[in-house]
Write a protein that binds this ligand. Structure first.
Ligand SMILES: C[S@@+](CC[C@H](N)C(=O)[O-])C[C@H]1O[C@@H](n2cnc3c(N)ncnc32)[C@H](O)[C@@H]1O
Length: 219
């Protein structure tokens, strides 16, 4: 594991999906948050999910806002294949192999961009944020849920034990713990957003919580 990227093989993609399938309420929560930040005047919003993984959030977004076009991006073909199967019935959901640093999307084409727990893996966060800024329409928003680097180690140990008890398997536990090693703080994420000229409108989560949420607008 390095900042060059985690290796997500087929087994890890499947084990990750099996484990996260037990926590769909986390995805419903984020889908609802995302829905709240889409302008009401937009009838068929374009939602881009970065680092979609097995598509669990894209699925919840599709269920919540069936008229939306959902574009899930991920560099892992193993993850994308699971996502595609999950949303096979959605005619306006697309899954594309792509990293955040170089998205095959037009300027000002997205109403909202959402990303859950992917930031730790981005090779070049500054480039990623400027790409998100490029593809968002003016007034469009970014909804970011991020693993918190300030989460205390002793609590991470308890999380590991919890994951073991819940049958996550050692690959998924390692993936999760490694993600924390490369995670960011609320302050660092604020800095990335400010440097990219985003206007932060909402932050949720305390300094030492396991995760936090930041929402910002492209003005
Ligand atoms: C911890 S998983 C989270 C998956 C999904 N968001 C979820 O919450 O279920 C992180 C995902 O980010 C993807 N990823 C890794 N590097 C990336 C990059 N540079 N740009 C976009 N996504 C990336 C991985 O392939 C992986 O699917």
């Amino acid at each position: 594991m390095s900042k060059q990227g985690f290796i997500i093989d087929k087994a890890l993609a499947e084990q990750f999906t099996r484990y996260m399938d037990k926590y769909l309420e986390l995805y419903r929560f984020l889908a609802e948050k995302t829905g709240e930040h889409i302008q009401k005047s937009v009838k068929k919003p374009v939602i881009v999910e970065i680092g979609t993984g097995p598509g669990l959030l894209s699925f919840e977004l599709h269920m919540l806002i069936p008229e939306a076009q959902v574009i899930g991006l991920d560099p892992s073909l193993h993850m994308l294949s699971i996502a595609e199967n999950k949303l096979i019935g959605c005619k306006h959901c697309y899954f594309v192999k792509s990293s955040v640093e170089n998205m095959p999307l037009k300027n000002r084409s997205a109403d909202i961009v959402v990303s859950r727990f992917g930031l730790s893996s981005w090779k070049n966060p500054k480039k990623g944020f400027s790409e998100i800024f490029r593809v968002l329409k003016p007034g469009g928003r970014i909804v970011l849920e991020v693993l918190n680097t300030d989460f205390p180690n002793w609590k991470l140990l308890l999380t590991k034990i919890h994951m073991m008890v819940k049958g996550a398997g050692k690959n998924v536990i390692k993936y999760h713990v490694d993600s924390y090693r490369m995670a960011f703080s609320i302050k660092q994420v604020e800095e990335f957003l400010n440097e990219t000229s985003f206007n932060i409108i909402k932050k949720e989560g305390e300094r030492k919580d396991w995760k936090f949420l930041v929402i910002a607008t492209k003005t």
